[in-house]
Design a protein around this ligand. Structure first.
Ligand SMILES: CC(C)(COP(=O)(O)OP(=O)(O)OC[C@H]1O[C@@H](n2cnc3c(N)ncnc32)[C@H](O)[C@@H]1OP(=O)(O)O)[C@@H](O)C(=O)NCCC(=O)NCCS
Ligand SMILES: CCCCCCCCCCCCCC(=O)O
Length: 167
C-alpha cells in the first residue's frame, strides 16, 4: 500500500548508511510514514557488492539495522539506541544500481530496550531480506562524542523526496 510521507529524518556526514559525505556509503534517506512505519530509500552501487552484481549481505544488514533503529524516533526524537541483536533472513538476491525501498517498525518498547522488524523490498514488492533487531537505549553522551554541527546532523530536503511511498 502507498502511504503519505509525514516527515524526513536527518542525515549525517560520515555514517556508512546515512552519511552524505561518505563516498562509499549508502546515502540513504529516511521517511516517516502516516502508518507509523519508517521507510528508507537508497540505490546500492558497485562498491556495495559481494558477488558481482549482488548486494553484500552485510550491507543489507546495515540498512535494515539503521532503518529499525531509527523507527523509534517516529514517536520520540530523543531516543538513541545501540544494536544488541540483529537477525537476518535472506530470501532473494538484491541487484545493484536500482533504487530500493526498506521499511521498518517498532514491535516492543520498554524503559531500557526496544525491538523492531524490517524488510528490503524489490521493485515488484517482493521481500528480499527481512530482519529483526533489539536495541539498548542509551544517552547519546554514552554512545558518541557527538556534535550536531560538525557531524552535519540535519534534514536535507531534496527535489527527489517522495510525497508517498509504497511499502
Ligand atoms: C549494549 C551495551 C552498552 C551493554 O553494556 P553493559 O551495560 O556493560 O552490559 P551488561 O552486560 O551489564 O548489560 C546491561 C543490561 O542489558 C541487558 N542486555 C545486554 N545485552 C542484551 C541483549 N542482547 N538482550 C537483552 N538484554 C541485554 C543485560 O541483561 C543487563 O540487564 P540487567 O542490568 O537487568 O542485568 C554493550 O554491550 C555495548 O556497547 N555493546 C555494543 C553495542 C554496539 O556497538 N552495537 C552496534 C553499533 S550501534
Ligand atoms: C552523526 C550521527 C550518525 C548516527 C546515525 C544514526 C543512527 C541511528 C540508528 C541506530 C541504529 C544503530 C546502528 C548501528 O550502529 O548498528
Amino acid at each position: 500500500m502507498k502511504y503519505k510521507v509525514m516527515k524526513k529524518q536527518k542525515n549525517s556526514r560520515k555514517c556508512i548508511v546515512c552519511g552524505m559525505k561518505n563516498d562509499l556509503g549508502l546515502k540513504a534517506s529516511f521517511y516517516e510514514l502516516e502508518n507509523g512505519e519508517l521507510a528508507a530509500i537508497f540505490t546500492p552501487i558497485e562498491e556495495h557488492q559481494s558477488y558481482p552484481g549482488r548486494l553484500h549481505g552485510g550491507v543489507a544488514g546495515a540498512i535494515l539495522d539503521e532503518t529499525i533503529g531509527r523507527a523509534i524516533n517516529i514517536t520520540d526524537e530523543d531516543v538513541w539506541g545501540v544494536t544488541v541483536e540483529l537477525n537476518l533472513k535472506y530470501h532473494k538476491p538484491v541487484a545493484l544500481n536500482e533504487q530500493l525501498r526498506v521499511v521498518g517498525r517498532i514491535t516492543r518498547d520498554t524503559r531500557r530496550l526496544f525491538e523492531g522488524t524490517g524488510e528490503i523490498l524489490l521493485k515488484n514488492g517482493d521481500i528480499a531480506v527481512s530482519a529483526s533487531g533489539k536495541y539498548m537505549k542509551l544517552p547519546l553522551s554514552q554512545i558518541a562524542d557527538f556534535n550536531e554541527d560538525t557531524e552535519e546532523w540535519r534534514v536535507l530536503p531534496s527535489d527527489e523526496d517522495p510525497a508517498e511511498i509504497e511499502v
